[in-house]
Design a protein around this ligand. Structure first.
Ligand code: MN3
Length: 228
């Protein structure tokens, strides 16, 4: 992956995707287990939300992505990261399938890790991400406030993302539907799923309470690993 030449330049700023092992997956793609108890990430998600969102919905995207790859055997040699970063290269009929199901697979896999139970030391970003965050937002509080506003500003289905841009800066993005930042050649660091299925079981229409819950649970070691 590190030396893969994508259609967006040499991909140098995307080279460090190693911590995100799901991006290394190739066909046949598999659903990573949550790796924690289904009650371990309350209030971001409870057992019934995880059963629907991870066990059924995320699994369905993996199944659909595999079905798409069966139709395009020439694409089976590429990793998930390559499929998303190279989206503009693929046959027109394959593109929307990779865009939706490949993005959803990658994004959800990271999301489950971002809300994963973390060490007590992971309450704030440290290392490289900590420095980038200070440079861009001054404080964690300001960063989280902007990220929250970005999430709440989403109309319809989409995700709020903190990404690393091509110039190695942090930026906040709204990605519609399931679109991964990788299709825009930006590295996903922290994503909040703002589809209704992510919050309605716990919060009905109280999106702000859901965003607060997710942000209160972010495992900064996972987010930080995306840029180390
Ligand atoms: Mn979702």
């Amino acid at each position: 992956m590190a030396h893969w030449n994508g259609p967006f330049g040499d991909g140098t700023h995307l080279a460090r995707v190693a911590p995100d092992v799901v991006l290394q997956q190739k066909y046949p793609f598999t659903l990573p287990p949550l790796g924690y108890a289904n009650t371990a990430v309350v209030p971001a998600a409870d057992a019934s939300t995880l059963a629907a969102h991870h066990d059924k919905l995320h699994a369905a995207h993996v199944t659909a992505l595999n079905a798409a790859m069966e139709k395009f055997p020439a694409l089976q040699e590429y990793s998930l990261g390559q499929l998303l970063m190279g989206l503009r290269r693929w046959p027109a009929e394959a593109r929307p399938l990779i865009r939706e199901h490949g993005s959803a697979h990658a994004s959800h896999a990271l999301y489950w890790k971002l809300i994963a139970p973390g060490a007590p030391t992971a309450a704030t970003p440290s290392g490289r991400l900590g420095g980038m965050l200070t440079r861009e937002f001054e404080t964690l509080e300001k960063c989280l406030a902007e990220l929250k506003a970005t999430a709440l500003g989403i109309e319809g289905n989409g995700w709020a993302w903190m990404v690393k841009t091509a110039t190695n800066r942090l930026a906040l993005r709204v990605m519609t539907n399931e679109d991964s930042p990788l299709i825009e050649a930006e590295l996903p660091i922290l994503g909040i799923d703002m589809w209704e299925h992510a919050y309605s079981r716990l919060y009905q229409t109280k999106r702000e309470a859901y965003v607060d819950a997710v942000l209160s649970r972010i495992n900064w070691d996972v987010a930080g690993a995306q840029v180390e």
